[in-house]
Write a protein that binds this ligand. Sequence first.
Ligand SMILES: Nc1ncnc2c1ncn2[C@@H]1O[C@H](COP(=O)(O)OP(=O)(O)OP(=O)(O)O)[C@@H](O)[C@H]1O
Length: 432
Amino acid sequence: MKQDMIAILDLGSTRNTDAARAVRALGVYSEIINYDITAQELAALPNLRGIVACGGPNDMVDGVKIRLGEPVRKSGLPVFFFDCEDEGASMPMPAESVNIENALRAFVFDLCHAEANWNMENFIADQVELVRRQVGKKKVLLALSGGVDSSVVAALLLRAIGEQLTCVHVNHGLLRKGEPEQVVQVFRHELGANLVYVDASDRFLDKLAGVADPEDKRKIIGAEFIRVFEEEARKLDGIEFLAQGTIYPDIVESGTKTAKMVKSHHNVGGLPEDLQFSLVEPLKQLFKDEVRACGVALGLPDSMVYRQPFPGPGLGVRCLGAITRDRLELVRASDAILREEFSRAGLDKTVWQYFTVVPDFKSVGVRDNARCFEYPVILRAVNTVDAMTAEVPELEWKVLRRITRRIMEEVPGINRVCFDLSPKPNATIEWE
Ligand SMILES: Nc1ncnc2c1ncn2[C@@H]1O[C@H](COP(=O)(O)OP(=O)(O)OP(=O)(O)O)[C@@H](O)[C@H]1O
């Protein structure tokens, strides 16, 4: 293993993540570990040089106050107390962030003698070694959406185990223009992956026919995805592992031993009992920006690595009400124009998320000197830091006018373009 490690011991702090990021900012790899880690688990952590113990308000578990356990005390490793009031503190709590940073730096380098060798090359080399050790000669299955996380997992596993990996990409008919083609091009043709491409569009759209309620739509799409994936998995022989694009924020949001759940994390959950695989999750310690850096280092195209967030149910929640094929095409075509023009204006680098929505009602207009009765399209663009709140950025009229003109000219069936000015709250980012 190439990287030194400093472990962040979770003693109930709300700042474990900050601590991990602070250590990584010094160029040293860090992982968060549970307060009740055993001596054996501790000994298994590769190149562990020291421990940052993080105490805080969540220090009561099942009515008992948690404290530094015996395995850590007896490990002989240097311990730094970060924002921590444990009586065994070896350092006073620094008052200011600059002091914390200096104290942490002195701890990591002078006391633990860690080397600043955390970088993507070393991370990838270590994960390749760990995956090979975990998987041996066995086969691994990956549901590849073409999103950032599963794409980076695919690229990493291809490097680690090549032929032993099979990727399944499901086209549910709700993907953006060019997306399934890009997945096939990049993974099958450029990276030489075993890729099963399933065109299940008809199946999904038939199931969704006449379903107008957004929650019902999401449920149907999720359930059908599991069914399709299960069918494909059953066709393959001798698969023992399932790879997932779990990343660190997924784990934090699912709750740790000391922090409550924010939201349940859904990867490819819901497979039947007899299809339970062991999991391979090589990105589970990475933050989103690090996942992107990893994708770049593995040679994935920028358009895949820096793509904007896209909901699991895809365009299905942007084709409002009961989905019809004609309106879905209007969403797809207008979204492609919006993305093209945002990228031309450089807005793809500054705006977090941007897309179009097509409602299920028409309005009156004029086309070729005659009355027309067609659908409107709504443009949506938002900026957010944490997706809990979102603001609408000020865009140049010039850009909005150009998008409007192109949609009117190039997308038959649209006679009106609207711009959604609503922040979150009271609106949400997506319409459904
Ligand atoms: N159309 C699809 N084909 C194959 N796998 C899919 C598809 N959609 C979702 N998945 C699988 O389900 C996982 C969770 O999907 P979700 O839409 O929540 O994306 P995510 O967590 O943002 O991950 P990603 O960035 O890989 O899309 C994906 O990582 C992928 O493994």
